[in-house]
Structures are given as C-alpha cells and as structure tokens.
Design a protein around this ligand. Structure first.
Ligand code: XIL
Length: 369
C-alpha cells in the first residue's frame, strides 16, 4: 500500500535532503585538496610546530604529512633539549623531525639558537664569565648549525630579545653577564647573526618576535633594528612574526590591517616575513569546551592573518604552533582556561579555522594596495 505523504511533509523532506547533498558537495569542493597543495600555488609554505614524540601516532603523522609543507621542532632544537649538560649535544629528537620532514618532502625551520628563556639550569645557574659564555654560544652555533646544514633552510637565530617598549631585554646573553656587548643595545644580536652566517652560509637567518605582529612600539623597534642591519650588511634575511593571538576581543579588520602594514614595511626592506607560531586561543569551560560563536570568530581571525600574509609577496611562510587541539602549549600555558587554538580538533577533524585557511590559500595572493 502506498501511503500518501502530506505535501508539506514531502517538501520538508526534499528540502532537508537537498541541504544534505548541498553540504556534502560544498565540503568536497572546499577541502578536497590539502592546505599544502593550495599553498604551493601561492608560493607560500604552510608549516606547523611538531613534537617528535607524537610522530608514531598515525592520525598525527598522516595529517601532518598530508596538510603541511614545512615543519619546525616545537622544542627539540632548543637549548634545554639539545644541551642536557655542557659537554653533550643531543640531536636525537631534532633528527627525528628532520627525518620525518625529508621523508615527506617538507622544509624544515630551525628554532631557536638564542633565547633568554628555556635554557638548561647548568647554563643559567653556571655563573659563567662573559668570555666563557661567548665561547659556549659561539660553539653552539657552529655545532648545531653545521649539524643541520643543508637540512634546516631557515633559522630563528634570536627569539624575543625586545620588550614591549622596544628596549633590549635583560638576559643571560645580553647583560647577565652577556657575551660581551652588555649595555650596547642590539650589538649582541648583530654578533650572533654574523656567527650564524659563518656557521651555515646557505641558511636563511630570521629574527623572531612575539607581540610585535601589528604596528606598535615593539614592532617599531624590530623594524628599526633590521633596517639598520640591512643598511650595514649584517646578514639577516627575515623576520618571524609569532602571532599567538590570546583574545577574540579585538577588532579583526583593524588587527589584520595593522599586521598587513607591518609585513609590508618589513618586506619593503628586502626581508622575508614568516608567520611562525600562529594560534588563536579561546576561553574554555572546565571540560575544555569553547562557546560555539567563538569558533566562527576564530576562523575569521585565521582568515584575516592568512590574507594579510598573502597580500605581500615577501611573506613566504605561514606556520601554526601545532595543528591539533590534542597537542597545544596553550592548555598548560593558560592553566586550562584557554584552548582549542588550532585548525584541527582533538579528533583531527578540520574546524572552521581550517576551512578559512584553506579558502584563503585557495583564493590565492590578492594584489597588494
Ligand atoms: C613553547 C612550547 O610550545 C612549549 O612546549 C614549551 O614548554 C615552551 O615553549 N614562543 C616561542 C616558542 O618562541 O618557542 C614557545 O614554545 C611559545 C612562545
């Protein structure tokens, strides 16, 4: 027996069915190709920070290899991992990252050679003289950069050396006791860029900074420093803009315009810009769940940053700080109050942020104004 449906019921069913088909078609149109395939057409690298301990997890490694064309060790090339004691160079974790990248035709960024933080206790509490410290650091450059020569194509030579007022930060390397240029501003930074270039003349050398992504006092100071370096022939090839975005209480068009303006002035000096540590963290409840609207706003921030990069031909890499919410530094960094900062969720499903990045990459580089 054929039961007749009420006409309205029929059209509702048809409407729902059409919506499902439409959504499926849109999903396949949107993201049939990976981020790395889309990025390749734009001449931009799409990278992410990785943890070697997770490479044995199939979902982690397959997503990584499919979506990204560049990797950076999240911690494995920092002093506290490479240098467990004064006599030892432990390259095992860094080498794992390199092997993975080579097996999947990915570029490798190195991070980082000089930073006032995350140094081993033997170094920070060793009461070294300036002379000794300078020798230790110079040797570190030679050993580490030569070990990774031909593998790491670009290094963050110096990380976060300036404060929010644009002054050189107090640090082990600058003035506590420093490597010989205490009180002389950016001279110690210049010195280590010269060492870096000698150690690996092929590597691209970057100054990497936090909270100087848009126009502000810190980014003005970075700009002044790198302009001076370029003018005097100090070997520097680029600036890394970290781009950890800790709040959605921002005017997204204004922020992205400011980031674009900063990228434009840096690249006008003949430097490359890499976005090095992009993540957009959300407030989360005690179970780690964000408010639904925030995921949409987060996608808008990702979209704006990718667009700001693509508008400058000299912006040549976009890198997220991890890719799955399963593994992100934001949780411990914020004592569990923030999270969900990355383009893939904990189950490796793409979020709206992923789609926004994909769409921007697929739209390609717009003309700069
Ligand atoms: C963070 C890592 O993600 C953590 O695993 C580690 O405990 C601390 O460092 N700016 C940087 C990165 O340049 O090296 C930092 O990475 C995040 C802030």
């Amino acid at each position: 027996m054929i039961t007749r449906k009420h006409p309205q019921e029929n059209s509702l069913f048809e409407y729902l069915w059409r919506s499902v088909v439409f959504a499926a078609v849109m999903a396949s149109v949107c993201c049939a190709q990976s981020l790395r395939q889309e990025a390749e057409h734009d001449g931009v690298l799409i990278g992410t920070a990785v943890r070697p301990s997770q490479l044995s997890e199939t979902a982690y490694s397959s997503t990584l290899a499919r979506e990204f064309s560049m990797v950076e060790a999240e911690d494995a090339m920092k002093w506290w991992v490479l240098r467990p004691d004064p006599a030892t160079y432990d390259f095992r974790q860094g080498d794992e990252v390199v092997r993975f990248a080579q097996a999947h035709q990915m570029k490798i960024r190195g991070h980082c050679l000089v930073w006032g933080r995350y140094n081993p206790d033997w170094l920070t509490q060793g009461h070294y003289t300036t002379r000794h410290l300078s020798r230790l650091l110079h040797e570190h450059f030679n050993r580490v950069m030569k070990h990774y020569a031909g593998q790491v194509f670009a290094w963050d030579v110096v990380n976060e050396a300036l404060d929010e007022n644009g002054e050189v930060r107090d640090s082990l390397w600058y003035n506590q006791p420093g490597i010989g240029w205490s009180g002389k501003g950016t001279a110690y930074i210049e010195q280590v860029f010269r060492w870096a270039h000698k150690a690996d003349p092929q590597a691209l050398l970057f100054y990497n900074e936090a909270e100087g992504e848009g126009l502000n006092r810190k980014s003005d100071a970075v700009y002044a420093m790198v302009k001076d370096f370029k003018r005097r022939g100090v070997p520097i090839h680029g600036v890394g803009l970290q781009m950890h975005i800790p709040t959605l209480d921002v005017d997204i068009p204004a922020i992205t315009a400011s980031v674009f303006a900063n990228i434009a002035r840096l690249t006008a000096l003949g430097l490359q810009v890499h976005i090095t540590e992009l993540d957009v963290s959300l407030p989360v409840d005690s179970r780690g769940t964000p408010r639904p609207d925030d995921l949409t706003r987060q996608a808008d921030v990702y979209r704006g940053i990718v667009r700001a990069c693509l508008k400058s031909p000299g912006c040549t890499a976009i890198q997220t700080w991890g890719f799955t919410d399963k593994y992100s530094w934001i949780g411990s960094h914020s004592h569990g109050t923030r999270g969900q900062a990355l383009p893939f969720d904990r189950g490796y499903q793409p979020k709206s942020a992923y789609r926004a990045v994909w769409e921007e990459l697929s739209a390609g580089r717009p003309a700069a104004h």
